[in-house]
Design a protein around this ligand. Structure first.
Ligand SMILES: [Zn+2]
Length: 576
């Protein structure tokens, strides 16, 4: 391909609200263009990268025994109503109507469609197990699209679904997919971690995320340097072995007027006590029953952990009417002392606390020196707070640290979450009809492009790993007017192509500085510069982000292949 004919309009400037470096570089380099907020055109350069990512994903899915298919983008809304996800997704689900005013949505994920398909196609245990996948676009009406393809409203994704007879089968299917994900990430060459995580909008258990480390990533994770445990804060397990009951003497319970002081910040400032002396009381409804969840004032409650502790299928924040009914006070003054109809669940950490401050279950009232066991019955204990840096790791006790990352893949065991409502069943050997046991496995193909560009770059532009690079090499002619250079460049270009490489020939009538800048910006791994030394039959061979050497033109192909033997340049360090 010749750059003079290639559609890759670069940009000198991008708008100031583009925050992530990868987003800026992909726009500037002509990989993608924004059509509307969170919606992008993938230009030939960007599409080549995404296509390469898809090919790796496809090969590894096939190798893991999964079968590719292609499902519709338009889904009847009734199908999503059957699983209750029109409600749980809310406005994130993009909806449209057809000419007959029938309601459809644009697929944000495909559990419903594929489960219905399989329900109509499987009769007996003999037809199980199998795993299906597709590579398709997904639509999610994000409130705040961000980072280009990191959080877009329309994006590419590989989604796979496994169908098994029983949980043991699911474990095998799941392990095969996880193994496939490791191979995909290793082939792409982007460093990654696997973190325990939660079901977020899909449901299930044993959910894990494949995460690329990035300071600009929007998701926070905790990690243990001691045992390499990674998790989202919501599910990160904290050791409770260090919690010792306080031996402070219990002080007499005190009522304190706190007019209009509702938030932790307001109450701590008003009473002059640190947030850790306060206990927050959060009212939830778990499968319809009311729960008062207690956590220290400086902690964040984990809804995932609370839900798990209660064994609840559905957990929602209490509405103001419920809060007022059980606490007898306006929102902001709930506390455990004298609360009605609510089961009290307290974070394990509070076992070690004495004489804390809580809401008083009356308007404008808080209580000081509250103690469990004396002022309210001993609650149900469970770990229901987010893990934080400094918390001891549950596995080895070392302190957890925090980092940010970009979630690339997400695997879930679903069980019968979708097969039950959509009646996906099979007839077992014993003649009994049983629900099919499912797992699902997502991988963001366009997001991976962004994550790779975020990690592999320098001040000049992107440094693509060979695995996903849009081209293998670019031949740059310094002076297009010089016939010797032009002829030699054409020869090297032909030889590289004959060697099976995907090559760009930079033949535009531009200043050399512009050509070098653009070549560095788009980050093609191999660069061959045909310039002053062309008369002596010599060219310069470079690895973008790596070494360079000057060789006879005859040796250019071999020299380039040697410099590009590794997927990423030797000694590459991501920018700080
Ligand atoms: Zn550990």
């Amino acid at each position: 391909m010749r750059t003079g004919e290639f559609f890759a309009p670069t940009l000198r400037q991008v708008s100031g609200d583009v925050e992530m470096a990868s987003h800026r570089l992909l726009l500037r380099g002509g990989f993608m263009r924004q059509l509307a907020a969170g919606i992008y055109c993938l230009l030939p350069l960007g599409w080549r990268v995404v296509h390469n990512i898809e090919e790796i994903v496809r090969e590894e899915m096939d190798a893991a025994g999964a079968q590719e298919l292609f499902l519709p983008t338009l889904h009847p809304v009734e199908l999503w109503e059957k699983t209750g996800r029109t409600e749980s997704w809310g406005p994130e689900l993009m909806r449209i109507r057809d000419r007959n005013d029938r309601a459809f949505c644009l697929g944000g994920t495909h559990e419903e469609v594929i489960t219905q398909l399989v329900a109509s196609g499987v009769r007996s245990y003999r037809e199980l197990p199998f795993t299906l996948y597709q590579i398709q676009v997904k639509f999610r009406d994000e409130i705040r699209p961000r980072g280009g393809m990191v959080r877009a409203r329309e994006f590419g994704m590989k989604d796979a679904y496994s169908f098994d007879r029983d949980l043991a089968g699911l474990d095998r299917s799941y392990d095969a997919m996880v193994e496939g994900y490791h191979r995909i990430m290793q082939r792409i060459g982007l460093p990654y971690h696997v973190a325990d995580s939660s079901g977020e909008g899909i449901g299930g258990w044993d959910t894990r995320e494949f995460v690329s480390l990035s300071e600009a990533g929007e998701t926070a994770y905790v990690r243990c340097e001691g045992c390499d445990y990674h998790a989202t804060p919501e599910v990160g397990e904290i050791s409770t072995s260090e919690i010792v009951p306080s031996d402070d003497p219990m002080q007499p319970l005190e009522r304190v007027e706190t007019p209009d002081q509702r938030t932790i910040e307001q109450v701590t400032a008003f009473l002059g006590v640190p947030a850790q002396r306060l206990v927050k009381t959060l009212i939830y409804k778990a499968d319809g029953r009311v729960v008062a969840a207690l956590v220290r004032g400086d902690r964040d409650l984990s809804e995932d952990k609370l839900k798990a502790a209660l064994g609840a299928d559905e957990l929602v924040m209490g509405d103001p009417a419920t809060i007022e009914r059980v606490s007898g006070a306006p929102v902001g003054f709930a506390g455990p002392v004298g609360i009605k109809e609510a089961e009290i669940v307290a974070d394990e950490e509070l076992r070690g606390e004495r004489n804390f401050v809580t809401g008083g279950n009356e308007a404008d009232l808080h209580l000081r020196n509250v103690n469990w066991g004396r002022d309210f019955p001993e609650p149900r204990w469970a770990q229901i707070r987010n893990a934080e840096p400094g918390d001891p790791c549950a596995k080895c006790g070392k302190p957890l640290t925090e980092y940010h990352g970009i979630e690339l893949g997400h695997v879930f065991k679903l069980g019968t979450k979708y097969s039950d409502p959509l009646e996906a069943r099979y007839l077992d050997e014993d003649g009994e009809r049983k629900p099919i046991i499912m797992g699902c496995y997502g991988f963001g193909t366009t997001r991976v492009m962004a994550a790779v560009a975020e990690y592999f770059r320098d001040d000049a532009g992107i440094i693509w790993p060979r695995s996903v690079a849009p081209f293998d090499a670019i031949v740059i002619t310094i002076s297009q007017d010089d016939e010797v250079q032009r002829t030699l460049a054409e020869r090297v270009y032909a030889e590289l192509r004959a060697a099976g490489l995907d090559v760009l020939l930079e033949d535009r009538d531009e200043r050399p500085g512009v050509k070098f800048k653009d070549a560095d910006l788009i980050g093609v791994p191999g660069q061959i510069v045909v310039g002053r030394l062309a008369g002596e039959g010599k060219v310069e061979v470079r690895r973008r982000g790596g070494e360079s050497t000057t060789v006879d033109a005859d040796e250019a192909v071999a020299a380039l292949q040697k410099l590009m033997a590794d997927n990423v340049p030797a000694g590459f360090r991501p920018p700080e």
